[in-house]
Design a protein around this ligand. Structure first.
Ligand SMILES: Cc1ncc(COP(=O)(O)O)c(C=O)c1O
Length: 400
């Protein structure tokens, strides 16, 4: 009999972490590697946030805290939701966890029974289906192709809903495509949801602040207040404030759900790091001007990468509305053979040959549920991006 559980056998390790680890190993071995796999800003946490953490340490804020967050942070989160999303929540409706990842996981653990279905638009963040599986639920994948700009249609959502649907998991701007739903596009989805009151909405708004051009971020309970009582709005400080290592994410929703999520967390990790919580208060309550600076920086990099990839033979790269990812289509490369002799049978073969032959690390599309594509994270320097695009161009030019 295996020591490992049956539920673990249903999930796979995170492919994005696997790519990042492999690229780091090759680099440690002396190879010239450009990593475009990691999903985190390449700049440092702002000074005021670090200072708040140091002050918290010096003030002895180093003990256990309430399981799902200190009151100051819950209040700061309520203020943030009112200020930025026009959503009214009280601290009792807020849960803070060790990253958005734990918050999402708690929500699934707290709500899913065997057979419960969770609608997940693809391409999706790699962790969603596996989290659902670990919690005993059934992922129902709805695929959004490049011809609808990687966004699902109301008709697709309607067709995916069954009596067993418990959640619709929504993520805009999206990891891995960067696609962002406009107010009208989201409204069309919420109209479907309003016809199916047994379906709850879990919205992952992690990339809210990384939006470009004149795109305006919006979130389901804001667009359709009628969904407020069945929506869990998830967000965090990782991406907006360059705080990925601090591990603070949060959610707001109905008290019954938030209480259940606290129960899950109380029997697993207890409170998120006390020092990080004080840092997150500073992030949310402090100056917000660097968000605009970062947006401008990422928009410039997006444009650089989209132009660089569209100059590659066999690749077509749409211009996304947000996040720091692009998700080029590589149909024109499939079936060819690389200069190094690898047959490009699928996007995994493409990514492997690209890494081996050029030292550029990207994550293959199959990991996100739509092929043949790959994901580029452009959260790295302009120089690295320019060099990476040049290498991808010459790799593609060498395909025969
Ligand atoms: C869409 C999405 N949701 C949630 C997370 C998790 O963020 P955190 O670092 O807060 O756990 C990520 C991180 O990559 C993400 O891309």
């Amino acid at each position: 009999m295996s020591i490992l559980s049956a539920s673990l056998a249903r999930v796979k390790p995170s492919p994005t972490i696997a790519v990042t680890t492999r690229a780091a190993e090759l680099k440690a071995g002396g190879r010239d590697i450009i990593g475009l796999g990691a999903g985190e800003p390449d700049f440092d946490t702002p000074q005021n946030i670090k200072a708040a953490a140091i002050a918290a340490i010096n003030a002895g804020k180093t003990k256990y805290t309430p399981v799902d967050g200190i009151p100051e942070l819950k209040t700061a989160i309520c203020t943030k939701f009112a200020r930025e999303n026009h959503l009214t929540y009280t601290p009792k409706q807020v849960s803070v966890g060790t990253g958005g990842k734990q918050v999402l996981y708690n929500a699934f653990m707290a709500t899913l029974n065997p057979g419960d279905e969770v609608i997940i638009p693809a391409p999706y963040w790699v962790s969603y289906p596996d989290m659902v599986l670990l919690a005993g639920g059934t992922p129902v994948i709805v695929t959004a192709k490049i011809d609808t700009a990687f966004k699902i249609t109301p008709e697709q959502l309607e067709a995916a809903i069954t009596p067993k649907t418990k959640w619709f998991l929504f993520n805009s701007p999206s990891n891995p495509t960067g696609a962002g739903y406009s107010w009208d596009e989201l409204k069309a989805l919420t109209e479907v949801l309003m016809r199916h009151p047994h379906v709850w909405v879990m919205t992952d708004d992690m990339y809210e602040h990384l939006v470009f051009d004149d795109f305006k971020f919006c979130t389901p309970a804001e667009v359709e207040p009628g969904l407020y009582d069945q929506t869990l709005t998830v967000n965090g400080v990782s991406k907006a404030y360059a705080m990925t290592g601090w591990r603070i994410g949060y959610a707001a929703g109905p008290i019954e759900l938030i209480t259940a999520m606290r129960k899950v967390q109380s029997q697993s990790t207890s409170n998120p790091c006390s020092i990080s919580q004080h840092a997150a208060v500073a992030a949310l309550n402090g100056p917000q001007d660097y968000l605009a600076t970062n947006r401008a920086l990422f928009q410039r990099r997006r444009d650089l990468v989209v132009a660089g990839l569209n100059a590659c033979k066999g690749i077509s790269c749409p211009v996304p509305e947000g996040a720091f990812y692009v998700y080029p289509d590589i149909s024109g490369c499939i079936g060819k053979t690389s200069a190094g002799g690898t047959r490009i049978t699928d996007d995994e073969a493409f990514a492997t040959a690209l890494l081996d032959e050029t030292g550029v690390a990207v994550v293959f599309g199959a990991a996100f549920g739509l092929s043949p594509n790959f994901r580029v994270s452009y959260a790295t320097s302009d120089e690295a991006l320019t060099e990476a695009c040049a290498r991808i161009q010459s790799f593609c030019a060498g395909l025969a």
